[in-house]
Unconditional design. Structure first.
Ligand code: AOF
Ligand code: ZN
Length: 366
């Protein structure tokens, strides 16, 4: 491994610590290395509005009394050049006297988009782009999606038997997969900016849709598709610590006021057919800072999202049991009359979680 790749890996170890934390900012890590090849400062992106990775690394070096003049900063994303909630990192690096910056990848944020590297070069700092581009993009798949497509990365989670059954013909569905799989599912919730569910699931299960099984410094926001505003005022999702967004076609002012009084945000988003416009909802979620959207919904909403081509990735847990006929699958789409009309997926990762199988599969071309 080249020294560059080695230190970039160290920067990615930092970035990984921002996985549950930095939403809606990208997960970025930084290590500062002196001429002797020692790491003299390191850090990762803090919560929204907090310092970026480079600032944390510069502060770490200062706190340890380490001189950064002439040192090299390895950063997993281009240092920012804009005034957002915080000041430009490229200026801070220049002011500290950093001699060289190795950045994994250009920041897709149109406010940055190469200007960070340009400003560094203009200030006489040597700049190298790469290694680690693919890893940086993968770690921030939702941030790239939001910046480039104006849409979140939509990840649909479902748990089923090995023959794809989520509920029996009598509706019984609880505990198909193991406690280990449920805990693992919570880690995927924790990395999401927003968790999406449907009114059917709210009425049936009254879920909290929060993170409980893993430690997290931040709870995701919850969003509910509820065309008629049937949500009960006592629904647990209305207590989501980061807020609850309700997408509806209803204009019932009385119910809207009641929900707003409980802290919910009600968003009127009908399509021509009188259903919630799901594509518009996703654009709105992106505009509200959703990088990764974690969908945990039922048969109907899952089916609608799939039929409209809005799902990017499936997170499927399968228990090693068969539940047989007459039962419900994970989503209401089809029946198809042609095998070629099926949704083609690529396996991204296959793992064993406790006794169960976890499959991450991406829609071809995403
Ligand atoms: C960096 N280092 O660690 C991260 C960056 O509102 P602000 O000031 O926090 O800026 C957010 C933007 O900064 C975000 O959209 C992305 O372009 C960049 N993220 N940049 O130099 C970091 N997390
Ligand atoms: Zn920055």
């Amino acid at each position: 491994m080249t020294p560059s790749a080695h230190f970039m890996n160290k920067a990615f170890e930092q970035a990984a610590q921002a996985l549950f934390l930095s939403s809606p900012n990208p997960r970025v890590g930084c290590v500062i290395v002196n001429d002797a090849g020692q790491i003299i400062g390191q850090g990762f992106t803090q919560q929204a509005g907090g310092p970026h990775a480079e600032i944390m690394a510069l502060r770490d070096a200062a706190a340890k009394g380490n001189e950064v003049h002439g040192a090299t900063a390895y950063v997993t994303l281009e240092p920012c050049s804009h005034h957002g909630r915080t000041g430009p990192c490229c200026d801070a690096l220049v002011a500290a006297g950093i001699g060289k910056v190795v950045g994994a990848l250009t920041d897709p944020n149109p406010q940055v988009a190469g200007r960070g590297f340009e400003r560094l070069r203009a200030a006489g700092v040597e700049v190298e782009v790469g290694p680690g581009a693919a890893e940086s993009r993968e770690l921030n798949i939702g941030f790239f999606s939001r910046m480039i497509r104006g849409m979140p990365w939509v990840r649909m989670k479902a748990a089923s038997s090995l023959d794809g059954v989520t509920a029996l013909h009598n509706g019984k569905s609880q505990w198909i997969t193991s406690p280990e799989a449920r805990a693992d599912g919570h880690a995927w919730r924790a990395r999401a900016c927003t968790i999406l569910t449907g009114i059917g699931t709210v009425l049936e299960d009254n879920p909290r849709m929060n993170v409980r099984e893993v430690e997290t410094p931040r709870q995701p926001r919850v969003a509910v598709v509820d065309s008629r505003l049937d949500i009960p005022l006592g629904a647990h999702v209305l207590q989501a610590p980061s807020g609850c967004l309700i997408y509806t076609c209803s204009t019932d002012q009385f119910k809207i006021k009641q929900l707003q009084a409980l802290g919910a945000t009600v968003i009127h988003m009908p399509n021509a057919a009188g259903k919630v416009d799901l594509a518009a909802m996703l654009r709105d979620l992106a505009a509200r800072g959703t990088n990764e959207l974690h969908v945990e919904a039922g048969f109907k909403l899952n089916g609608s999202l799939i039929r409209e081509g809005l799902v990017d990735e499936f997170l499927l847990y399968q228990a090693p049991k068969l539940l047989g006929t007459g039962a419900m699958g994970i989503a209401n789409f089809g029946p198809l009359d042609d095998l070629n009309k099926g949704l083609a997926l690529e396996l991204h990762e296959v793992a064993r979680v406790g006794p169960d199988l976890r499959i991450v599969a991406r829609v071809e071309g995403r």
